[in-house]
Design a protein around this ligand. Structure first.
Ligand code: ZN
Length: 238
Protein backbone atom coordinates (compact mmCIF):
# COMPACT_ATOMS: atom_id res chain seq x y z
CA UNK A 1 0.00 0.00 0.00
CA UNK A 2 1.40 3.40 -0.90
CA UNK A 3 1.26 6.31 1.49
CA UNK A 4 -1.48 7.89 -0.57
CA UNK A 5 -3.54 4.68 -0.57
CA UNK A 6 -3.09 4.37 3.15
CA UNK A 7 -4.30 7.90 3.65
CA UNK A 8 -7.32 7.26 1.47
CA UNK A 9 -8.28 4.09 3.27
CA UNK A 10 -8.05 5.81 6.66
CA UNK A 11 -10.30 8.59 5.47
CA UNK A 12 -12.75 6.07 4.06
CA UNK A 13 -12.92 4.19 7.35
CA UNK A 14 -13.56 7.39 9.25
CA UNK A 15 -16.30 8.68 7.02
CA UNK A 16 -18.03 5.33 6.58
CA UNK A 17 -18.15 4.48 10.27
CA UNK A 18 -21.67 5.53 11.06
CA UNK A 19 -21.93 3.26 14.08
CA UNK A 20 -20.38 4.90 17.09
CA UNK A 21 -19.93 2.76 20.13
CA UNK A 22 -19.74 4.96 23.18
CA UNK A 23 -18.60 3.28 26.39
CA UNK A 24 -20.11 4.69 29.60
CA UNK A 25 -17.56 6.44 31.81
CA UNK A 26 -16.70 5.17 35.27
CA UNK A 27 -17.70 7.28 38.25
CA UNK A 28 -14.84 9.59 39.19
CA UNK A 29 -13.16 8.63 42.48
CA UNK A 30 -10.68 10.32 44.77
CA UNK A 31 -7.23 9.27 43.72
CA UNK A 32 -3.66 10.46 43.49
CA UNK A 33 -3.93 10.11 39.74
CA UNK A 34 -5.67 12.44 37.44
CA UNK A 35 -9.03 11.46 35.99
CA UNK A 36 -9.82 11.20 32.31
CA UNK A 37 -12.15 13.84 30.91
CA UNK A 38 -15.70 12.46 30.55
CA UNK A 39 -16.49 14.30 27.33
CA UNK A 40 -16.54 12.85 23.83
CA UNK A 41 -15.82 14.56 20.54
CA UNK A 42 -18.59 15.30 18.08
CA UNK A 43 -17.58 12.11 16.28
CA UNK A 44 -17.78 9.95 19.42
CA UNK A 45 -14.17 9.78 20.50
CA UNK A 46 -13.49 9.97 24.23
CA UNK A 47 -11.39 12.97 25.25
CA UNK A 48 -7.98 11.88 26.48
CA UNK A 49 -7.21 14.96 28.55
CA UNK A 50 -6.32 14.34 32.18
CA UNK A 51 -7.86 16.46 34.90
CA UNK A 52 -6.28 17.39 38.20
CA UNK A 53 -7.74 19.07 41.24
CA UNK A 54 -8.33 22.75 40.49
CA UNK A 55 -8.85 24.34 43.89
CA UNK A 56 -8.02 21.51 46.27
CA UNK A 57 -11.28 19.64 45.77
CA UNK A 58 -11.12 15.83 46.18
CA UNK A 59 -12.81 15.17 42.84
CA UNK A 60 -12.71 17.91 40.23
CA UNK A 61 -15.54 18.46 37.76
CA UNK A 62 -14.64 15.71 35.29
CA UNK A 63 -14.23 17.88 32.22
CA UNK A 64 -10.96 19.28 30.89
CA UNK A 65 -10.72 23.06 30.50
CA UNK A 66 -11.66 22.80 26.83
CA UNK A 67 -14.78 20.78 27.52
CA UNK A 68 -15.76 23.00 30.44
CA UNK A 69 -15.87 25.77 27.85
CA UNK A 70 -17.55 23.99 24.95
CA UNK A 71 -19.49 21.17 26.61
CA UNK A 72 -19.51 17.44 25.89
CA UNK A 73 -19.58 16.86 22.11
CA UNK A 74 -21.86 13.84 22.62
CA UNK A 75 -24.61 16.32 23.47
CA UNK A 76 -26.03 19.17 21.49
CA UNK A 77 -27.97 22.28 22.49
CA UNK A 78 -30.76 22.92 20.00
CA UNK A 79 -33.52 25.49 19.61
CA UNK A 80 -36.87 24.22 20.76
CA UNK A 81 -39.93 25.56 18.91
CA UNK A 82 -41.60 26.78 22.12
CA UNK A 83 -39.32 26.22 25.10
CA UNK A 84 -36.19 28.15 24.17
CA UNK A 85 -33.47 25.56 24.18
CA UNK A 86 -33.23 21.80 24.60
CA UNK A 87 -30.46 19.28 25.07
CA UNK A 88 -30.30 16.28 22.72
CA UNK A 89 -27.96 13.36 22.04
CA UNK A 90 -25.69 14.09 19.06
CA UNK A 91 -25.44 10.33 18.44
CA UNK A 92 -26.74 7.19 20.15
CA UNK A 93 -25.74 7.16 23.81
CA UNK A 94 -25.71 4.11 26.07
CA UNK A 95 -27.43 3.74 29.43
CA UNK A 96 -25.23 4.90 32.35
CA UNK A 97 -23.59 7.63 30.28
CA UNK A 98 -22.29 10.21 32.73
CA UNK A 99 -22.57 13.96 32.48
CA UNK A 100 -21.57 16.73 34.84
CA UNK A 101 -23.72 19.78 35.43
CA UNK A 102 -21.57 22.59 36.76
CA UNK A 103 -21.63 26.21 37.73
CA UNK A 104 -20.20 28.97 39.85
CA UNK A 105 -21.09 28.62 43.50
CA UNK A 106 -22.88 31.48 45.12
CA UNK A 107 -25.97 32.70 46.88
CA UNK A 108 -29.30 32.07 45.29
CA UNK A 109 -31.09 35.36 44.65
CA UNK A 110 -34.36 33.53 44.43
CA UNK A 111 -34.68 30.07 43.05
CA UNK A 112 -37.98 31.01 41.48
CA UNK A 113 -36.23 33.75 39.52
CA UNK A 114 -33.08 31.84 38.63
CA UNK A 115 -34.31 28.75 36.83
CA UNK A 116 -31.16 26.87 36.30
CA UNK A 117 -29.23 27.12 39.52
CA UNK A 118 -29.27 24.04 41.73
CA UNK A 119 -28.60 23.66 45.43
CA UNK A 120 -25.08 22.66 46.32
CA UNK A 121 -24.22 20.02 48.91
CA UNK A 122 -20.42 19.76 48.98
CA UNK A 123 -19.07 16.21 49.22
CA UNK A 124 -16.85 14.97 52.02
CA UNK A 125 -13.53 16.82 51.51
CA UNK A 126 -11.51 13.63 51.99
CA UNK A 127 -13.62 10.89 50.43
CA UNK A 128 -15.32 13.03 47.80
CA UNK A 129 -18.55 11.21 48.65
CA UNK A 130 -21.96 12.58 49.53
CA UNK A 131 -22.89 9.47 51.46
CA UNK A 132 -22.93 10.07 55.18
CA UNK A 133 -22.38 6.78 57.04
CA UNK A 134 -23.44 8.34 60.36
CA UNK A 135 -26.99 8.70 59.10
CA UNK A 136 -29.22 5.68 59.20
CA UNK A 137 -29.68 3.98 55.87
CA UNK A 138 -26.16 4.70 54.65
CA UNK A 139 -26.95 6.18 51.29
CA UNK A 140 -27.99 9.46 52.77
CA UNK A 141 -28.84 12.31 50.61
CA UNK A 142 -26.96 14.61 52.88
CA UNK A 143 -29.02 17.73 53.08
CA UNK A 144 -27.67 19.35 56.22
CA UNK A 145 -24.62 20.86 54.55
CA UNK A 146 -26.25 23.25 52.11
CA UNK A 147 -23.62 25.54 50.67
CA UNK A 148 -25.42 27.88 48.32
CA UNK A 149 -26.25 27.17 44.71
CA UNK A 150 -24.37 26.36 41.54
CA UNK A 151 -25.19 28.84 38.83
CA UNK A 152 -24.34 27.74 35.29
CA UNK A 153 -25.11 31.19 33.83
CA UNK A 154 -22.20 32.52 31.72
CA UNK A 155 -20.35 29.21 31.92
CA UNK A 156 -19.94 26.58 29.22
CA UNK A 157 -22.27 24.17 31.03
CA UNK A 158 -24.82 22.63 28.68
CA UNK A 159 -26.59 20.22 31.04
CA UNK A 160 -28.61 23.24 32.20
CA UNK A 161 -30.57 22.95 28.93
CA UNK A 162 -31.96 19.52 29.71
CA UNK A 163 -35.72 19.95 30.02
CA UNK A 164 -38.26 18.43 32.37
CA UNK A 165 -40.53 15.69 30.96
CA UNK A 166 -44.15 16.60 30.35
CA UNK A 167 -47.19 14.66 31.61
CA UNK A 168 -46.91 11.93 28.93
CA UNK A 169 -43.14 11.71 29.04
CA UNK A 170 -40.52 10.31 31.35
CA UNK A 171 -37.02 11.23 32.36
CA UNK A 172 -34.09 9.48 30.73
CA UNK A 173 -31.41 10.96 32.98
CA UNK A 174 -31.20 11.73 36.67
CA UNK A 175 -28.84 13.32 39.15
CA UNK A 176 -26.98 10.91 41.39
CA UNK A 177 -26.30 13.27 44.31
CA UNK A 178 -22.57 12.89 43.63
CA UNK A 179 -21.32 16.44 43.78
CA UNK A 180 -17.95 17.81 42.71
CA UNK A 181 -16.02 20.63 44.34
CA UNK A 182 -15.31 22.02 47.73
CA UNK A 183 -17.25 23.73 50.50
CA UNK A 184 -17.05 27.49 49.80
CA UNK A 185 -15.17 26.73 46.60
CA UNK A 186 -15.46 28.66 43.39
CA UNK A 187 -16.94 26.02 41.08
CA UNK A 188 -19.02 22.98 41.80
CA UNK A 189 -20.77 20.27 39.86
CA UNK A 190 -23.29 17.47 40.07
CA UNK A 191 -23.21 14.10 38.35
CA UNK A 192 -26.04 13.03 36.03
CA UNK A 193 -26.43 9.64 34.40
CA UNK A 194 -28.63 8.33 31.58
CA UNK A 195 -31.17 5.74 32.73
CA UNK A 196 -31.60 4.04 29.36
CA UNK A 197 -30.03 4.17 25.91
CA UNK A 198 -30.71 7.58 24.34
CA UNK A 199 -31.07 7.47 20.54
CA UNK A 200 -29.58 10.21 18.39
CA UNK A 201 -31.57 13.49 18.47
CA UNK A 202 -33.63 12.38 21.46
CA UNK A 203 -33.99 14.98 24.19
CA UNK A 204 -32.33 14.48 27.55
CA UNK A 205 -34.89 15.02 30.28
CA UNK A 206 -34.84 14.96 34.05
CA UNK A 207 -37.49 15.58 36.62
CA UNK A 208 -37.21 19.07 38.13
CA UNK A 209 -39.48 18.30 41.08
CA UNK A 210 -43.16 19.03 41.41
CA UNK A 211 -42.62 22.43 43.02
CA UNK A 212 -40.81 23.86 40.02
CA UNK A 213 -43.99 24.33 37.99
CA UNK A 214 -46.15 25.66 40.78
CA UNK A 215 -43.58 28.25 41.81
CA UNK A 216 -43.55 29.63 38.31
CA UNK A 217 -47.23 29.34 37.61
CA UNK A 218 -46.51 27.31 34.47
CA UNK A 219 -48.59 24.42 33.23
CA UNK A 220 -46.51 21.34 32.58
CA UNK A 221 -46.44 20.39 28.90
CA UNK A 222 -44.91 17.68 26.78
CA UNK A 223 -41.61 18.82 25.32
CA UNK A 224 -41.02 16.14 22.64
CA UNK A 225 -41.19 17.18 18.98
CA UNK A 226 -40.97 15.22 15.75
CA UNK A 227 -37.39 16.28 15.23
CA UNK A 228 -36.37 15.99 18.88
CA UNK A 229 -38.51 13.26 20.44
CA UNK A 230 -38.83 12.68 24.16
CA UNK A 231 -39.06 9.28 25.86
CA UNK A 232 -42.70 8.45 26.59
CA UNK A 233 -44.19 6.86 29.68
CA UNK A 234 -44.93 3.18 29.15
CA UNK A 235 -48.67 3.72 29.18
CA UNK A 236 -48.30 6.28 26.36
CA UNK A 237 -46.17 4.11 24.07
CA UNK A 238 -47.94 2.67 21.08
ZN1 ZN B 1 -11.98 16.97 27.53
Amino acid sequence: MTKQQKRNSTTATKTSSSIIKVIPQKRAKVSEDSIQCWAHSQTGKRCEAKIHSREGEPIPIPYCDRHLKCGDGALKVVNHPFFGKALVARYDLPAKYRMAYWGIRGKCASCSVEDRAISYYPPNPVTGSNIDPTIEGGRTLKRHNYNGVLNPGNTGDIIQYAACPGPNEKQNMRSTFQYFGLRNGIMGGLEFVTLQPVPKNTQLLHWYGSGWWEERGIKRQDVGTKRYPAPLRESKQK
